[in-house]
Design a protein around this ligand. Structure first.
Ligand code: MG
Length: 237
């Protein structure tokens, strides 16, 4: 009886103070994570590549047709822009604003888009009290997946996309080995959660994969609406 009580007491103590426990060690050898300065709220962190931060669109092909003022770039209907550098797996931060003056409806209102690898579009649209097909509204993977929620701000207000993208992989015989995956936070709210991208996101064709390099340029769409952009940065993963 006495022994039982002593053992019980010891068990109670060891639950609080792990006197008789051995620390678990995974045995895995990790290298120390590099230090990254987070920078101001909204970034860019110290290891990011800034694609739009200052006065110009020098990081982009086609930027001459956009107007840049105080770090804000606006599409002018003269065509989209394509980054000079190529990217594969990445973390991407984009700030955008639909025109304050509402002039159209549906897909004609604040339409633009972030094309990962120039092929896979995260839709930009003024989806504030603006109905359209659900997989074509803001933060939708165009014609594949609506956002989980509609968290669009009012026209004219600045909005954020934070995108985590895993590029697709193709094997030596040009067959798809692994599809692309995408996670999107719109204004800090999760709207795409590790979605498996089905292929390219065309308006007039279903999704399909065609072999391409591991890295390709990023593209911002000009859909004829003066959508504004600022503070675009990317981290290669
Ligand atoms: Mg678009």
């Amino acid at each position: 009886m006495r022994t039982t009580r002593v053992l019980g007491l010891l068990a109670a103590i060891s639950a609080i103070v792990p006197l008789f426990a051995d620390e678990y060690l995974s045995g895995k050898k990790w290298s120390e994570p590099p230090v990254v300065e987070p920078g101001p709220v909204g970034g860019p962190p110290s290891d990011a590549i800034v694609l739009l931060g200052g006065k110009d669109m020098s990081a982009w092909h086609g930027g001459d047709s956009w107007i840049v003022n105080d770090g804000v770039a606006t599409a002018q209907g003269g065509g989209g822009v394509t980054s000079k550098r190529s990217f594969g797996d990445c973390q991407l931060h984009v700030e955008w604003a639909a025109p304050e003056k509402v002039e159209s409806s549906g897909q004609g209102r604040g339409n633009s888009g972030v094309y990962l690898m120039g092929k896979y579009e995260v839709q930009i649209l003024d989806s504030y009290q603006n109905k359209t097909y659900f997989d074509g509204q803001a933060a939708g993977i165009y014609k594949q997946r609506p956002p989980l929620v509609n968290t669009c701000r009012k026209p004219g207000e600045w909005q954020t996309f934070d995108i985590i993208f895993t590029a697709p992989r193709f094997d030596a015989s040009a067959k798809l080995e692994k599809p692309a995956y995408i996670t999107v936070l719109h204004n800090g709210v999760l709207v795409q959660n590790h979605f498996e991208i089905e292929g390219t996101t065309a308006w007039d064709a279903g999704p399909k994969y065609e072999t391409h390099p591991d890295k390709l340029p990023l593209h911002l769409q000009d859909h004829g609406n003066p959508v504004r952009f600022r503070n675009i940065w990317i981290r290669e993963l």
